[in-house]
Design a protein around this ligand. Structure first.
Ligand SMILES: Cc1cc2nc3c(=O)[nH]c(=O)nc-3n(C[C@H](O)[C@H](O)[C@H](O)COP(=O)(O)OP(=O)(O)OC[C@H]3O[C@@H](n4cnc5c(N)ncnc54)[C@H](O)[C@@H]3O)c2cc1C
Length: 460
């Protein structure tokens, strides 16, 4: 077995797999070390009672038709030498932002729907909305811009606080690691990828997508080892010379890309964390399975519903184990041209408090899951109708599950609020990719893996 690689990638999530394919494509010797038994990280799957349950995928963002050469999705596929034409996609029907007093805005992959909706519900705001959109279009959001408060910038364009909240909810919950506010560059990236480009899902399950990536990686000669938990990096001076696994095995390398987040990476170097590296935003997600004939009883013509019971939603770690007053209701079967099966799923995501779950005894933990699941069901029932009596199987996961299966400290799905945009660490041959480098979501984390290889490894 080879014990000396040009590149070791720590973590077989989406950023690690994308980085691996990009490097292996040019013939470099590359090893991905993944501590779990399957790839995917935050975006993975498991089986229960004959159902394949997906843990991360509500929808992929950045939809683009195969012909749109410059679109991020197509650039990503080109960089990975994956066929975009053979990659079958299903676009969302439409999604809904649902606030009190039945104030709603629909949006789809056609941006004009959102614009029309803003003009319908907030007629006096449409000029400001158009100007905001033009400003976002003119911005180079990927440049190393200083952090700017999204709330402050939005105040220049939008004057009705309700519209501000309604625009912020989908973009925050799908990719903001900060509490209460958001870096404007990140807002602009999310505005484009969700509102302007739109959402879709690949044909098949997330397992099929991960299989495609792993097959591509190994076909280029890349190696992946599961159950390979990296516990430290070996150094000569401040250069990394290799990594040590939990079983004591040492593997040497010239370069390392770490996709396990900044706090985890600093741990491998035995360095104290910088700033407050650990993010606070984590979630409880519940998955409900219902028979197909139960669809008729509920509001189910949207793909995703972003809801808030209050006019101002609190994007922060809640005081209680879960904050069901706002969240996401996703119907994973509601994408265009998806074949319908005997069952369908509803997935509900709510902000959750890591500490309170962490400090619970195992019996309290089980009880909390049931109790908070019940509260969440009651609130979401008010929006989509009563689905509870038809549930044939349900499961939920908490910030502890996220931490356990991905090593994202405190279950912080979007990582640290302090992003390392150039990917650099205190060691000149160790780089960060994925969530803590600053690109979020499935497409974002893959683009991050590719761009870190392009900028730092292939340049050598
Ligand atoms: C509930 C939920 C819903 C989501 N929904 C969406 C969605 O609808 N659309 C979307 O675009 N994104 C969604 N996301 C986010 C998306 O899944 C992530 O942004 C993306 O998968 C992050 O990939 P990554 O490679 O950066 O990190 P990770 O997925 O965290 O990968 C890191 C990998 O490193 C491994 N690892 C950690 N420590 C070690 C170690 N010491 N040694 C070896 N291996 C290690 C982990 O096991 C993991 O596999 C969702 C996430 C969650 C949790």
């Amino acid at each position: 077995m080879n014990t000396n690689y040009s590149l070791i990638i720590i973590g077989g999530g989406l950023s690690g797999l994308a980085a691996g394919i990009r490097y292996a494509r040019f013939g470099g010797s590359v090893l991905i070390l993944e501590k779990h038994t399957i790839p995917g990280g935050l975006n993975s799957y498991y089986s229960r009672k004959g159902f394949l349950l997906e843990t991360g995928l509500h929808a992929m963002t950045n939809f683009a038709d195969p012909g749109e050469k410059h679109a991020p999705l197509n650039r990503l596929f080109r960089q990975l030498k994956l066929s975009r034409k053979q990659f079958i996609t299903h676009e969302q029907f439409s999604s809904l932002i649902h606030f009190p007093d039945k104030t709603t805005l629909s949006f789809s992959n056609d941006f004009s729907l959102l614009r029309d909706e803003v003009a319908r519900v907030f007629p006096s705001e449409i000029d400001g909305f158009d100007k905001l959109q033009a400003f976002i279009d003119s911005l180079d959001a990927f440049a190393p811009n200083p952090r700017l408060s999204t709330r402050m910038i939005l105040a220049d364009y939008i004057h009705d606080p309700l519209l501000t909240e309604m625009l912020l909810l989908p973009l925050m919950v799908y990719g903001n690691s900060e509490e209460h506010d958001m870096d404007f560059s990140q807002f602009a990236i999310m505005f484009r990828s969700i509102f302007k480009e739109g959402m879709f899902r690949p044909h098949g399950t997330i397992k099929d997508f991960l299989d495609l990536l792993v097959t591509k990686f190994t076909s280029f000669g890349g190696e992946i080892r599961y159950k390979s938990h990296v516990v430290s990096c070996l150094k000569k001076g401040n250069r990394i010379t290799g990594v040590t696994l939990a079983n004591g095995e040492i593997i040497n390398c010239n370069n390392v890309i770490s996709t396990i987040g900044a706090p985890g990476t600093w741990n491998l170097l035995s360095l104290p964390p910088e700033n407050d590296m650990c993010g606070k935003m984590s979630f409880m997600e519940s998955i409900y399975i219902l028979p197909s004939n139960a669809r008729k009883n509920i509001l189910n013509d949207h793909t995703i519903i972003f809801y808030s019971e209050k006019k101002e939603f609190q994007y922060c770690r809640p005081q209680s184990p879960v904050d069901p007053s706002w969240g996401v209701i996703c119907f994973p079967e509601n994408f265009q041209n998806l074949p319908l099966g005997d069952h369908f799923q509803i997935r509900v995501t709510n902000a959750a408090n890591y500490e309170l779950w962490k400090n619970a005894s195992s019996s309290q933990y089980k009880l909390m899951k049931v109790e908070w699941g019940k509260v969440s069901k009651e609130i979401t029932t008010k929006i989509i109708g009563n689905y509870q009596q038809n549930i044939v199987y349900e499961d939920s996961f908490t910030p502890l599950t996220i931490e356990k299966f991905t090593a994202k400290e405190q279950g912080a799905v979007y990582g640290s609020p302090f992003k390392i945009k150039n990917g650099k660490t205190p060691c000149p041959n160790l780089f960060i990719a994925g969530t803590d480098q600053g690109f979020l979501g499935i497409v974002g984390s893959m683009l991050s893996g590719v761009s870190m290889v392009n900028q730092h490894i292939l340049q050598e």
